[in-house]
Design a protein around this ligand. Structure first.
Ligand code: TRP
Length: 329
């Protein structure tokens, strides 16, 4: 451990190539946290199993996501980047923590109810235990800080509760109660301008697209629905193209765009061309690095196996303490 402020842990399900929503909402933040914390970033493949119908894509989705993380600036010499299932101690801790978890607390969680509603044909046991596995992730690595979106708040609160109840029952501060660090970035909407950007809704813009593909994708974006004709003035405040400009366009240019949209001097097509060009400029270095890294398909797996080795050292230590604390012979 270095002399940083503490340890950060975060996990994300392997969803393959990452999109602008992942980047603005999470990845950028992961990169920045490396300055102040020892960071552990985990691709949670076991969590992914709870909602997957087709397991065939797990491997590819894992390596594609890891490549995006690395190209975006997660530094594997410093931070630990690994795959959840490569350090199986987490499943043991999951089992142990489950004994400290009232069942009703899990079935009452809004996140569980939501998932049960989404897949009524597959309300599996793993789905109920999802937050327990997440608590095991966080506590196995003794994380002080967990950066997540606001949708994960109830899971973080659950983690804190299970830590308190474990430590109370064993009469020792064995597990660390983590702090939540909410990602403050506003929800990134998809090309439909209505729903959160997500691969499953196919309203996403992938980071690893070519410049031309980016332009084509941005052109499909829904703008102000009232602007049905080029000469009708637009309302930037309801336009998702405009919202994205805030992340990729200079402040002065954003102001100019707002004014020109309101006066109908600027049409939606030109506005989108401008956004696409700015996204491409912003991602140029990322894309170049990604292409470089992808030339050696072994590279990403080498990084992940080195990460697993380092994660394993921490996990072994925690599990020794946990097993001792609960008296496992
Ligand atoms: N539940 C998180 C999500 O759906 C993913 C996750 C799993 C996670 N384990 C974690 C996030 C530990 C933070 C810390 O996005």
């Amino acid at each position: 451990m270095t002399n940083k402020k503490g340890r950060v842990f975060s996990g994300a399900r392997p969803t393959g190539r990452q999109h602008l929503g992942n980047y603005l909402g999470a990845i950028r933040n992961y990169v920045a946290l490396q300055e102040d914390y020892d960071c552990v970033y985990c691709i949670v493949d076991l969590h992914a199993l709870t909602t997957m119908e087709d397991f065939g894509k797990l491997r590819e989705n894992t390596s594609e996501m890891a490549l995006d993380w690395l190209a975006a600036g997660i530094r594997p010499e410093e931070s630990i980047v690994f795959v959840q299932s490569h350090v199986p101690q987490v499943t043991e801790l999951h089992t142990i923590l489950s004994m400290f978890t009232p069942l009703g607390k899990l079935t009452d969680l809004p996140t569980f109810k939501e998932k049960a509603r989404m897949q009524p044909h597959n309300i599996n046991y793993g789905l109920v235990g999802y937050p327990v596995l997440m608590a095991a992730d966080i506590t196995l690595y003794k994380a002080d800080v967990v950066p997540v979106g606001i949708d994960q708040e109830s899971h973080l609160e659950f983690t804190r509760e299970v830590v308190r109840s474990f430590n109370f029952r064993v009469g020792k501060q064995v597990l660390v109660e983590p702090q939540m660090k909410t990602t403050t970035y506003p929800k990134v909407l998809g090309t439909d301008g209505a729903q959160k950007m997500s691969k499953s809704l196919n309203n996403h813009i992938e980071l690893a697209l070519t410049d031309e593909e980016t332009v084509a994708r941005v052109m499909t974006m829904v703008t102000d629905p009232q602007r049905t004709h080029r000469n009708i003035p637009g309302r930037p405040e309801v336009c998702n193209v405009f919202t994205l400009h805030h992340s990729f366009t200079s402040e002065a240019e954003v102001e100019q765009i707002a004014a020109d949209c309101r006066s109908a001097k600027l049409g939606c097509v030109d506005d989108k061309k401008c956004l696409a060009a700015n996204i491409n400029r912003h991602l140029a270095a990322f894309r170049q690095k990604r292409t470089e890294l992808a030339k050696n398909p072994e590279y990403v797996w080498d990084v992940l196996s080195d990460g697993a080795r380092r994660a394993n050292t921490i996990a072994d230590q925690t599990m020794d303490e946990v097993r001792k604390a609960i008296g496992l012979p």
